[in-house]
Design a binder for this molecule. Sequence first.
Ligand SMILES: [Zn+2]
Length: 74
Amino acid sequence: MSAVMDGLKAKIHCPMCTRTVEGLALPEVRLGRSRLKVMPGQKCSRCHASLDAGYVLELLPDTDQPNSKGRRAA
Ligand SMILES: [Zn+2]
């Protein structure tokens, strides 16, 4: 297992346009509890506001993750 700082694809609520957009979330363990936070520095794909103030609704399925270990045809 590597120290994961890659971010996971997630649905993120944008507080500016109140839409749900795709972005990256980081798992964060605090006080023994794991939660998801928005990876800093992202912009909303709809209104281009910073997503830092948004929040993670849910992660996308494993198959949509960039580093998923899905089988690739050689
Ligand atoms: Zn937005």
